[in-house]
Design a protein around this ligand. Structure first.
Ligand code: NDP
Length: 261
């Protein structure tokens, strides 16, 4: 599996998003994803499915060290007195002793960023998270966070797909050695009906979703598509046997600006 590096973290280029996956469906999809070769699962406290993600991990039989597990601390636990406790609660639900990546889910202006990042760094120092990072941070906040955090930040997880330009955030991450992880990477399914992506896909015998995910991975971005359907699990990871040309990459990057007109 290709990986995207971020300040020492090796994040698999494709992961499974689990937002809105619940109960047995969630556990089954996580298990199947791992059996199909996914090695990165993305969950969050607010998704209310950490327990089921843990069940899927155990049911898959894949060794713990071979899977990269990300979870995210919700904004109500950003004060120093709450953050470590909430991280431990996540680990208890997942039935893990540590996660690979622990993110601040959204900026929360109510709590000083340095306080939250100090607490997040202590979670790493205590061995509860191998790496730490942020999500939904724009350029100015990335700068502030890197300056305030006693430990390196491995990534920023941000919405990114052909209809949303994030060049400035990607650049800000790169300059600081951070990985960029794309959420909603297939624009919540919208790419399926995209004629330009489908036309490019025809040349490679790939679907519009596969072309979109390949476009992300070729930018050295990690992507975490979600699906509740087994056949799409396979489709979304089956993107490592072709390479988009420079012209195709450029055309896909231009979709966003055409879309805005
Ligand atoms: P995605 O862009 O991954 O799209 C998911 C949707 O696309 C689902 O409706 C799914 O339907 C459909 N789909 C999946 N695969 C295909 C395919 N091959 N062809 C056509 N349709 C497809 O959206 P998400 O918003 O879920 O983002 C992915 C993950 O990112 C989340 O699950 C979550 O883990 C993370 N995230 C993080 C956020 C943050 O604040 N940090 C915010 C939002 C998301 P079906 O199930 O029917 O296949």
């Amino acid at each position: 599996m290709n990986v995207v590096e971020g300040n020492g973290a090796r994040i698999p280029a494709i992961g499974l998003g689990t937002w809105e996956l619940r109960g047995r469906t969630c556990a089954r999809i996580v298990e199947q994803a791992l059996r199909l070769g996914y090695r990165h699962i993305d969950t969050a406290q607010i998704y209310d499915n950490e327990r089921e993600v843990g069940e899927g991990l155990r049911a898959s039989g894949i060794k713990r060290d071979d899977v990269f597990v990300t979870t995210k601390v919700w904004t109500t636990h950003f004060m120093a007195k709450d953050l470590e406790r909430s991280a431990k609660e996540s680990l208890a639900r997942l039935r893990l002793t540590e996660v690979d990546l622990l993110l601040l889910h959204w900026p929360n202006a109510q709590v000083p960023l340095a306080e939250t990042l100090g607490a997040l760094a202590r979670v790493r120092q205590a061995g509860l998270a191998r790496h730490i990072g942020v999500s939904n941070f724009k350029v100015a906040l990335i700068k502030e966070a890197v300056a305030a955090c006693p430990e390196p930040l491995a990534c920023d997880q941000v919405e990114y797909h052909p209809y949303l330009d994030q060049a400035d955030v990607i650049e800000a991450c790169r300059r600081r050695g951070m990985a960029f992880v794309a959420y909603s990477p297939i624009a919540k399914g919208r790419v399926k009906g995209d004629r330009a992506l489908a036309r490019i896909g025809d040349r490679y015998r790939k679907s519009a979703a596969q072309v979109c995910l390949r476009w992300l991975v070729q930018q050295n971005v990690s992507a975490i598509p979600r699906t509740s359907k087994l056949e799409r699990l396979q489709e979304n990871i089956d993107i490592f046997d072709f390479e988009l040309s420079v012209d195709d990459m450029r055309e896909i990057s231009a979709i966003g600006s055409a879309d805005a007109r």
